[in-house]
Design a protein around this ligand. Structure first.
Ligand SMILES: Nc1ncnc2c1ncn2[C@@H]1O[C@H](COP(=O)(O)OP(=O)(O)OP(=O)(O)O)[C@@H](O)[C@H]1O
Ligand SMILES: [Mg+2]
Length: 219
């Protein structure tokens, strides 16, 4: 379970920017939540804090009853590795690695032996219909293929929480719907899925929509 209590995030570079303003939110295990809001409203900031990619300025973040706000950087990184899979807006594949090697990364991090890795990776690539490009460098594949590889990576890492920041943003509507279906399947298999999207039709397929504007949740 994810529990945010009065989370505020202020970016202070040149001038101060309050990206999240006193956000309280609970997401239960097994939910599929879509986060919607205008550009600059705080969606990525919210999902980045949930994914421990960024830290709140004030407030408390509890993940499965562990107080994340109190952890130091390396403890947070460990928690993230154990619990969270991220599917980024910009795919975030390592471009000079092959598709196979990209999907392999979380398994190496978890210490899964090579033979077992191979079985899992090929299974995921097959499920996503990209097994034929396993040995292609990521930079030589299409946006849709990269997006599928990013989902394959989330599948093999077998994390409890799948976070996706506009996973369909760079895709045409067919590929977008397909990616949505894959996320729905992951959710049905028991994962908690949190997805940022601008697409209302896709958001409607989630179990719950959270609207955010100016860093505040709107109900
Ligand atoms: N690293 C940063 N430094 C300073 N300000 C930032 C930083 N990241 C985001 N912001 C600001 O915080 C606010 C929220 O940004 P955020 O990226 O969360 O928006 P978003 O809802 O994801 O927008 P988009 O739909 O365009 O991706 C914006 O005003 C943005 O300019
Ligand atoms: Mg964003």
């Amino acid at each position: 379970m994810i529990k945010l209590e009065n989370i505020t995030k202020i970016y202070s570079n040149n001038n101060e920017q309050k990206a999240l303003d006193d956000v309280s939110l609970q997401i239960n295990d097994g939910e599929f939540v879509a986060i919607m809001g205008e550009s600059g409203s705080g969606k990525s900031t919210l999902i980045n804090i949930i994914g421990m990619m960024d830290k709140e300025t004030a407030g408390t973040y509890l993940l499965d009853d562990v107080n994340i706000s109190e952890l130091n950087l390396s403890q947070r990184e460990k928690k993230r590795r154990e619990n969270i899979s991220f599917i980024f807006q910009q795919f975030a594949l390592v471009k000079r690695y092959t598709i196979y090697e990209n999907v392999e990364l979380p398994l190496i991090a978890k210490g899964v032996p090579s033979k077992k890795r191979k079985v899992k990776i090929m299974e995921a690539l097959k499920a996503l219909g990209i097994e034929d490009i396993a040995n292609k460098y990521a930079m030589n594949t299409s946006g849709g293929q990269q997006q599928r590889a990013a989902i394959a990576r989330a599948i093999v890492s077998d994390s409890k929480y799948i976070l996706a920041d506009e996973p369909t943003g760079a895709l045409d509507s067919n590929n977008g719907e397909e990616v949505m279906k894959l996320l729905e399947d992951l959710n049905k298999s028991g994962k908690t899925v949190i997805m940022v999207t601008h697409n209302e039709n896709l958001a409607k397929k989630a179990g719950r929509i959270i609207n955010i504007s100016d860093g505040k949740l709107r109900f």
